[in-house]
Design a binder for this molecule. Sequence first.
Ligand SMILES: [Zn+2]
Ligand SMILES: [Zn+2]
Length: 169
Amino acid sequence: MSQHPCTDPQHHVHDAQGFVAAVERACRERGLRLTPIRARVLDLVARHGKPIKAYDLLDQIRLDKQRVDDEDGAGAAAPPTVYRALEFLLVNGFIHKLESVNAFVACHHPSTAQHSVPFLICDHCHSAVELEDERIVALLDEKARALGFVPQAQTLEVHGICARCAQAG
Ligand SMILES: [Zn+2]
Ligand SMILES: [Zn+2]
């Protein structure tokens, strides 16, 4: 199997526009609706490049409201609307939530449905990289079930120092 692009940190988020376009395509294929606010939230998450917290997203969207005068309704989005947009993006596998830092990050294979992946989170630059290897998730699941445990949500987040920061330091 070739290396999945998600394991390459360089692959991540240098093209937010292309990413949003890919999600739009995936939505069409899967019969989902990427409303303006959903697209805006997705764009902000992708553009940020690093895990972003919900309140930072809300701040950004509040700035939108002051700038654009509510053309497509996205500008005036109230917090619950933003949280619903995040929920939609999460459930459909377009973004991931990192529980340990309470932040969201774009998923760079938006054609796949929701999936569990381990993350490597750098405590220095706060970048997060998906560790795309189904064996890890499958093994975890298998071990849990062997103990009679039924896993429902898998959050595996490994904290440390990324290669770039380790080099710099
Ligand atoms: Zn992913
Ligand atoms: Zn780092």
